[in-house]
Design a binder for this molecule. Structure first.
Ligand code: DGL
Length: 260
């Protein structure tokens, strides 16, 4: 089936997931919505996150998407249950990777860096309870990080200092795994590697989301089997075109401004 995979995020962060998806599924068309005008979702009330998620889904459905990837931990943990109940299209979500971290930690202490909206959600707290019993989970809200990434300030001194102020206390507490619970944060990995002692593992769920997307498409017989087409990747942002462009490094993509 040659309809596109729809992907949305509060902004540019979900492009980290888009990259994993297009790498694993090179024969799929994609449509990406960057709702940067409304970022950060993590500071919003659950009702507002739900409202934005519904509006993004409606737009992707109008564009004929066959499956929707909620490439945002905050939207997934606050809205995916509602979306699955109200729309028949399959949804793939992303949540902080507590389970793999719990399986890998030797110190029995893992850190989770995520947004306020994710850390406060029932879905996150239930997952933590279910998969991290006997493990100390140190949660930290990455306040301000999404705004810096949305401004393209990935390697600035300001970003590094803010990141250090969040990470250092967890390192002192003895974590050996750091879960990146926000799709914007993989863009901070180069800075994180400078801050973190080398024995601390960085864990994020991007690859797992791509694998799950492939599995669901295959199970529902939705994979694009038409090998002759040229593949299109359409990006829509309601804010800054050139910032989004920095995150997808050109290639076979088309970026447009859309007021949504
Ligand atoms: N990329 C979103 C996430 O994964 C960022 C949330 C926000 O906009 O605060 O949570």
């Amino acid at each position: 089936m040659d309809s596109p995979i729809g992907i949305f995020d509060s902004g540019v962060g979900g492009t980290s997931i888009w990259k994993e998806i297009t790498q694993l599924l090179p024969n799929e068309h994609t449509i990406y919505l960057a709702d940067s005008k409304n970022a950060p979702y993590g500071e919003k009330r659950k009702e507002k996150i739900l409202e934005r998620s519904i509006s993004n889904v409606e737009l992707l459905l109008k564009k004929d998407c066959k499956l929707i990837v909620v490439a945002c931990n905050t939207a997934t943990t606050n809205a995916i249950e509602h979306l699955r109940e109200h729309y028949s299209v399959p949804f793939i979500g992303i949540e902080p990777a507590i389970k793999p971290a719990a399986l890998q930690t030797k110190t029995k202490k893992v850190g989770v860096l995520a947004t306020k909206g994710t850390l406060a959600s029932n879905l996150f707290n239930n997952t933590a309870k279910l998969h991290a019993s006997g493990i100390t989970v140190l949660e930290k809200e990455g306040k301000g990080l999404v705004e810096l990434i949305e401004a393209g300030k990935l390697a600035s001194e300001e970003t590094k200092e803010l990141l250090e102020s969040y990470i250092d206390p967890m390192v002192k507490e003895g974590i050996d795994c750091l879960v990146l619970g926000c799709t914007h944060y993989p863009y901070l990995i180069p800075s994180l590697k400078k801050i973190l002692p080398p024995h601390i593992k960085i864990i994020d769920s991007g690859e797992a989301v791509a694998r799950q997307t492939k599995k669901v498409l295959s199970k529902k017989i939705l994979l694009n089997t038409n090998a002759k087409q040229s593949i299109r990747h359409l990006f829509f942002t309601n804010r800054d075109l050139h910032i989004l462009n920095q995150f997808i490094d050109g290639g076979e993509t088309e970026i447009s401004y859309l007021d949504f």
